[in-house]
Design a protein around this ligand. Sequence first.
Ligand SMILES: *Cc1c(COP(=O)(O)O)cnc(C)c1O
Length: 217
Amino acid sequence: MSIKKNLISILETMPKEVTLVAVSKTKPVTDLQKAYDAGQRIFGENKVQEMTEKWEKMPKDIEWHMIGHVQRNKVKYMAEYVSLIHGVDSLKLLKEINKQGKKCDRKIPCLLQVHIAEEDTKFGFDAEELLAVLDNPEFSKLTNVTIKGLMGMATFTDNMTQVKREFKSLKSLFESVREQSKEMEILSMGMSGDYLIAIEEGSTMVRIGSSIFGERN
Ligand SMILES: *Cc1c(COP(=O)(O)O)cnc(C)c1O
């Protein structure tokens, strides 16, 4: 299957209100260009340096999403161009994004990552920590970030009942924090293996890599 055909067949399975992030990590720009030529304009990467190299080479109407774990000392390299940072998992990181946003005179859109999986390996806030951050007085002073919503990753398992349950819990947390903050409109959940369930459970943004570009090495 070609990248273009993969993209088209995935888009056919999705409601048009759901946003597709094409996860292009580890893939060469020639592959990204194929997706671009098929109409895709939003790409997700998980390493700041790799994303920046691709941003420099690719057309400038692309939205670049950072979907991976971000180290604070790397924020400065993407601050001027990144469209959405999905994996914000600490107030410290958010403060650094705010600082770099201020330097380039922009408000950087962010999602707060929530830990919904059973595995310990996934980053993110738990529900209680998330509410504490949103209530923290320091948080309301951050004028150069906007919290556009939440992001989560389900457990890597064939047990779709479990995956569904984890997505449901994130959706319900999203609904409750939304009541406080009207800027929250994005719920980023779902990858190649579970995006259809994620959409059923209320995802507004899916991050799909291998089903578009093929398996990664
Ligand atoms: C790699 C990655 C994806 C895409 O995974 P696929 O299974 O290839 O679709 C989605 N989200 C995050 C955070 C990732 O790191």
